[in-house]
Design a protein around this ligand. Sequence first.
Ligand code: NAD
Length: 377
Amino acid sequence: MGLIAGVLKETFPGERRVAIVPRVVELISKAGAELWIEPDAGAEAGFPDSEYASKGAHLAASAAQVLEKAGILLQVRPPAAGRLSRQHTVIAFCDPLNEPQISDEIAKSGATLFSMEFIPRITRAQSMDALSSMATVAGYKAVLLAANALPRMFPMLMTAAGTVPPARAFVMGAGVAGLQAISTARRLGAVVSAYDVRPAVKEQIESLGAKFVSMALDTANAEGAGGYAKAADEDFYRRQRELTASVLKDQDVVITTAAIPGRKAPVLITREMLTAMAPGSVIVDLAAERGGNCEATQPGETVVVEGVTVIGPLNLPSSVPYHASQMYARNVAALLKHLIKDGQLNIDLNDEITRETLVARDGAIVHPKVQQLLTAA
Ligand code: NAD
């Protein structure tokens, strides 16, 4: 019998995405697998069952039938370990660096686990880079949240009732999400400036029509492996906060995205720094999920502190579920195609993409970073 891939409806609270969308069903079959899908799996993302069926997917009677038939499960988030067994290979975002015990439980079920967070940032794997896809969606949506909360308009308007000056937006951390936030804020008409510790980003910020804010910080070694930032010491962050304070007072909107993989986000804005900001200004903290770049951030909530609205959104990509699912589905299908050879799953540990992405196999965690975290815990 050939390979069967299954898609279960996501069960995580508030999760509206789905791992495969109808237009990607054909890619799954070209990769060499038949697709079975739980009823309503794509409903919240805007993809009705009938569309999957018309693209050649099999509509299962229930989740139990998907779990029984499928060897491979394609998910946004992994199913609970209790639903899995040796028969299953799961491909999902499983947050292995922050919640390694989830991967450990799955390992103990006997299932094989690939984590989309671990797709290496190499050219060959670009089509699978789901973190970048989701960061793109988050960066876009962050600006819309800011615009919605701001008591001002973004664009400059010259009307018979007077001139409205453009909003001023400052983006801290110009990785994938930050660059998308810059573009989106520019499209809405804001005057945008940005900062990142990686010096290479200056040119990218300027090419989007934003101003790079110079800070007298030693960032010569700020870039680590895979294009990510390296963690700095507390002295560095203290100095950065001092320099940031003078930039903040001129802003209407601040979007923070600064992150270090596998670490708590650095605090770039203290509560005290909010007092210098204009009343009604807005901070959207995309690092909320990892503790936040702003000290006042409450993950998942909007708070007003010192007259500044501080928004700490969680799981923003899920709030744009149609396109977030479409992008994620392409990334997952590309990984699946990579893993299938001659109609069978081929776990080739000599291949960098396969090796780096594999978290659990044969009842055990096999990824060194996740093993270390579990041992340390
Ligand atoms: P991320 O989400 O880990 O971090 C977001 C940004 O915050 C990064 O740009 C980082 O430099 C910045 N940052 C960290 N500490 C900061 C501080 N104290 N102050 C200001 N900024 C700070 O990173 P990401 O967006 O996922 O990716 C970062 C970069 O990786 C991309 O911009 C790109 O250059 C590279 N990348 C490469 C590939 C590839 O080669 N295939 C794919 C995607 C991304």
